[in-house]
Design a protein around this ligand. Structure first.
Ligand code: ZN
Length: 344
């Protein structure tokens, strides 16, 4: 019986030391020390032993019981300590950390607003290629190859030396007006369209110039379109965009694709017309070029200029954005610094 007691002790200790959770430990306790546990059953055999052996085996049995009990209680303590260290305190009443929500880029906000204003007066929105042919960027707009006004549009040409395209025939569009020809040769008047998009020029980058900026083109063709319709549309747009108190003035200007042509100025929204560095102390800011579509442009797309007339205008979207947000540097619009972008 002595050997059996030692056997029970060894197997109990080995199981207890291997055990790594409190529930199993509780089960082991029952398995050895419970009412029908292995040790308890052995102890019940004690009275059947011869009297002279009872004392010795009795002491051994008590030692075994004590050792198992102590080992179990040590193991319980150790596991409880571990559990409390692993436990994470969660206070479900603390408000959560809200993730940062992004917002539209200031340029996109301005674009959406422009589109919204023109949609209210029946304009549709079109999109077009940024890599363009010389024809749609210039020739269809009454700007033949030898026209001096080409010099004012510092053009970036696509290198086509290893292709079948002739040199100088493909370029990065210098104006969103490239879409006039593309659209007018596909649809019949009457129509009112705006075309927002990126344009490219070979410009020295500074506070008011960039090699890439945004414009939008607007044009309308119908049977009875007059210059006053153009003035009305432009004035409506600027009053909606900059506020009803905005003043607009037009001055004569020459563009090859319009006749007559005009430039529009708005009263400076920084100094309210009093004069500041933003408007070069004039109180006015030049904002767009416009005019009645030249009959040659209409002829190029098979629209009869004796029956239909149209107006067109081009506005610098980037310029609108800098005016809206009173930025003194055009380059801020393409700066990815979040400290700038978060202000809008
Ligand atoms: Zn001003």
């Amino acid at each position: 019986m002595g050997e059996e007691l030692i056997g029970v002790k060894n197997s109990a200790l080995s199981l207890i030391l291997d055990c790594d959770n409190l529930k199993e430990l509780e089960e082991l306790k029952l398995q050895f020390l419970g009412r029908s546990g292995k040790l308890t059953l052995l102890l019940k055999e004690l009275p059947k032993l011869p009297l002279e052996k009872r004392g010795e085996i009795g002491r051994l049995a008590n030692e075994v019981k004590k050792t198992i009990e102590e080992t179990i209680s040590q193991a319980q303590e150790k596991l409880s300590n571990q559990n409390s260290q692993n436990k994470i305190d969660i206070d479900t009443t603390i408000p959560g950390i809200k993730p940062d929500i992004g917002h539209l880029h200031p340029m996109t906000q301005v674009l959406y607003e422009v589109v919204d204003i023109f949609k209210r007066i029946g304009f549709q929105v079109a999109d077009g290629p940024e890599i363009e042919t010389d024809y749609y960027n210039f020739e269809a707009l009454n700007i033949p190859k030898d026209h001096p006004s080409r010099d004012t549009q510092q053009t970036l040409y696509v290198d086509t030396r290893n292709s079948r395209i002739a040199a100088g025939e493909t370029l990065l569009r210098t104006q969103t007006s490239n879409m006039q020809g593309r659209i007018m040769e596909k649809i019949k008047p009457p129509f009112r369209i705006i075309v927002p998009g990126k344009v490219f020029r070979y410009e020295q980058v500074d506070v008011s110039h960039g090699f890439e900026f945004q414009q939008f083109e607007g044009f309308a063709v119908d049977e009875n379109i007059k210059m006053t319709d153009l003035f009305g549309v432009i004035e409506y747009f600027f009053k909606k965009f900059f506020g009803e108190k905005t003043k607009v003035r037009f001055v004569c200007h020459n563009f090859p694709f319009v006749e007559p042509g005009a430039e529009a100025y708005i009263s400076c929204n920084v100094c309210k017309g009093k004069g500041c560095t933003f408007c070069k102390n004039s109180g006015w800011v030049e904002i767009l070029g416009a005019g009645m579509i030249h009959p040659n442009v209409l002829r190029n797309v098979n629209i009869d200029p004796n029956k239909y007339h149209g107006f067109a205008f081009g506005v610098g979207l980037s310029r609108l954005a800098t005016l809206r947000y009173q930025m003194d540097d055009l380059r801020l619009l393409t700066n990815p610094d979040m400290r700038i972008l978060e202000q809008f």
